[in-house]
Design a protein around this ligand. Structure first.
Ligand code: ADP
Ligand code: MG
Length: 340
């Protein structure tokens, strides 16, 4: 048999292939592979379960990522997946792969960030695993959360005419990474140079210290709104919109002038000769929430200061469009992160 490279499938193709080999065996498995978290019947409620792994190299560079921030981020990105199901996080376990490059003090620092996140998101660390790793640091977190059975939100529930909402702003974390990478190169070329990141504080903060939007989940609950579909923005909103389109069997239409882009994101993109809209659509690591609501819920949300209405759902899943300020129509493509 000739060898097949993983890059011929890509990340999502590979997950699809794995998923097809497994049939569910237990009635308590309500939803398996394919959403932000798995959904498990726990009697009166559903348990949500998800996992995310961060690896030194592809996910972070310790030359500019403080371990404390890394610990916080590792927890936050897992909480974000529970939020994306409209659930509340409860417990995490943490598995570490460590090399002798790391001191006890370094691990203390990592866990200081983990502790801050546990406190902030009200989750308990209840276990894990510790092992050696040949060189880099690996952090794998499992999280469980809970949601009422009639409140769980999947990627597949978007309906014709639903309104597409995005929280916060998008593209900033990506621009923060560009700033950090640029400063690293300047520093490597000339170690005398002091990093010039003060001006980019917001962007760098968005890259190093992302927040899971649990606040939005509590707000929606208070307003008695259950989104029709939801996903968190880890790979960029273009990619996440396409997940909602494919899984819901509908098309999305978004408007360039409605995209929430912070002025620092915009200006820094222009300064670096990047297109701000492309950065906002494909940047990733924003950990904002992207969701759809039924049109009658718009009234209740329209004055929310941190929820933006960027477009709507139509019936044709093959037409996923961005309408530019000039009224031109572009097909949405998922660039996202290429792991392979
Ligand atoms: P997210 O970006 O929300 O963390 P992913 O894109 O990583 O989600 O994963 C999409 C779905 O595929 C999830 O349901 C996840 O649990 C599942 N998945 C990812 N990798 C694997 C794997 N190696 N084996 C089984 N399921 C996987
Ligand atoms: Mg997710």
């Amino acid at each position: 048999m000739p060898r097949q490279e993983i890059s011929t499938l890509g990340e999502f193709g590979l997950i699809d292939r794995i998923s097809k080999r497994f049939e569910k065996q237990l009635p308590s498995t309500i939803y398996g592979i394919g959403d932000d978290a798995a959904v498990i019947d726990a009697g009166n409620e559903y348990i949500l379960m998800s996992t995310d792994m961060l690896i030194e190299g592809p996910h972070f560079n310790l030359q500019y990522v403080p371990l404390k921030h890394l610990g916080y981020k590792a927890v936050a990105v897992n909480v974000s997946d529970i939020a994306a199901m409209n659930g509340r996080p409860e417990q995490i376990t943490i598995s570490l792969g460590l090399s002798n490059r790391f001191s006890v003090e370094a691990i203390d620092e990592l866990y200081e960030g983990i502790k801050a996140a546990c406190k902030n998101f009200n989750v308990d660390l209840v276990g894990g695993d510790t092992t050696s790793s040949p060189s880099g640091l690996v952090i794998a977190i499992n999280i469980i959360g809970r949601v009422a059975k009639d409140k769980v939100v999947y990627r597949n529930g978007a309906k014709l005419n639903d309104i597409i909402c995005v929280t916060g702003d998008v593209g900033a974390a990506y621009m923060g990474l560009q700033v950090l990478e640029r400063e690293r190169e300047v520093f490597l070329a000339n170690p005398e140079m002091q990093p010039d990141i003060e001006k980019y504080e917001y962007l760098v903060g968005r890259q190093l210290k992302p927040e899971a939007r649990m606040d939005i989940i509590y707000d929606l609950d208070e307003l008695k709104i259950v989104p029709t579909a939801m996903i968190d923005v880890s790979d960029g909103i273009a990619s996440e919109l396409l997940h909602i389109s494919t899984q819901s069997g509908v098309g999305v239409k978004i408007f360039e002038d409605k995209l929430p882009i912070d002025s620092q994101t915009y200006e820094t993109a222009v300064e670096m000769n990047l297109d701000p809209v492309t950065c906002a659509l494909n940047g990733g690591e924003d950990y904002e929430l992207l969701f759809t609501i039924t049109p009658s819920d718009h009234e209740k949300l329209k004055n929310h200061p941190d929820i933006h209405f960027v477009g709507h759902i139509h019936s044709d899943p093959s037409q996923n469009q961005l309408i530019t300020k000039q009224g031109n129509v572009f097909g949405l493509k998922a660039q996202g992160w290429q792991h392979f």
